[in-house]
Design a protein around this ligand. Structure first.
Ligand code: F6P
Length: 325
């Protein structure tokens, strides 16, 4: 599609993340700054398929930069996975004259967007909105900083009670396919060990650490990413109890608390910068790319590369957990 873009739409999709509202605000206000008409789509691809599309103005994104969640709601759409669903979505966009899209989400969102571009020749730019930080092409995703700070706050509190009772806590954090939340918050809380899906050796290393590690520590914290292969925090808790009956073991699953809350300043600024870059990218004729920040510079990464998370764990970070605990 080579016509000059006058009407764009923004939507959020997949799991929400703190900072999505700041990103929506940035997209809407940048669009208005460049004299575009900006539409919002409710509930991601589901709303697109069903025509839940409405005009937005500068006022409609007032007072949201500090709010967690997403004012546009989000969903995982089954219908959009089908060709018929995508065709319906395209027809809804045509009805509103929409010529470009900004998609805020993670790998599922970008996989859907790639297919959509291929089949219907519509420009889509992406913003990395996920707490998991599991996208290539950006140092950090929108929501990750807030999520790890939420985890650190929670684990600090657990550490207080663990220390008082001389207990060992196994704490499960989010990350279905990625251990990046566990890794960074593990360093930030002085965890004894972390278990993440990217490393197949850390379960044995943890057991070894519990057996031969420092004996002078009264509390111990093990952070487990939910996607870890041994079976989750409760299974690991049982195994630790069996092997080390002298430990007073407790298990805590932090859950969706990690997805909510006020975004940190880092997430607000990241979302604002990327929102501006996504709209300006559309205006420059870009499509099919995620906008990210690497070493404080804007980068454009094709969707197919952005969704390749494999191998992005820095081994030196794993080593730090080991050296410092
Ligand atoms: O947002 C990503 C994520 O937090 C994953 O780490 C987690 O597995 C998933 O969302 C859970 O999402 P839901 O409960 O919405 O299915």
């Amino acid at each position: 599609m080579s016509t000059k873009i006058e009407n764009i739409a923004v939507f959020t999709s997949g799991g929400d993340s703190p900072g999505m509202n700041a990103a929506i605000r940035a997209v809407v206000r940048t669009g208005i700054f460049h004299n575009l008409n900006v539409y919002g789509i409710n509930r991601g691809y589901d709303g697109m398929v069903n025509g839940d599309i409405f005009p937005m103005d500068a006022k409609s994104v007032a007072n949201i930069i500090q709010r967690g969640g997403t004012i546009l709601k989000t969903a995982r759409s089954e219908e959009f996975r089908t060709y018929e669903g995508r065709k319906k979505a395209f027809e809804q966009l045509q009805r509103h004259g929409i010529q470009g899209l900004v998609a805020i989400g993670g790998d599922g969102t970008f996989t859907g967007a790639s297919k959509f571009i291929e089949e219907f020749d519509i420009p889509v730019m992406g913003l990395p909105g996920t707490i998991d930080n599991d996208l290539q092409g950006t140092d950090f995703t929108i929501g990750y900083d807030t999520a790890i700070n939420t985890v650190v706050n929670a684990v600090d509190k657990i550490r207080d009670t663990a220390e008082s009772h001389d207990r060992l806590f196994i704490i499960e954090v989010m990350g279905r396919d990625s251990g990046l939340i566990a890794l960074r918050s593990g360093i930030g809380t002085g965890a004894e060990a972390i278990l993440i899906p990217e490393s197949i050796t850390d379960y044995a290393a943890m057991m070894d650490k519990l057996e031969h590690g420092r004996k002078d520590k009264s509390s111990k914290i093990v952070l487990v990413a939910e996607g870890e292969e041994e079976g989750g925090a409760f299974v690991i808790g049982e195994r630790v109890k069996e092997k080390f009956p002298h430990y007073d073991v407790r298990v805590s699953v932090l859950g969706h608390i990690q997805r909510g809350g006020t975004p940190t300043c880092m997430d607000r600024v990241l979302a604002s910068r990327l929102g501006v870059a996504a709209v300006e990218g559309l205006l420059q004729g870009r499509r099919g790319e995620m906008v990210g920040l690497i070493h404080d510079h804007i980068h454009h990464t094709p969707f197919k590369d952005a969704i390749k998370h494999i191998g992005s764990i820095t081994p030196s970070l794993l080593k730090i957990v080991d050296i410092l605990s």
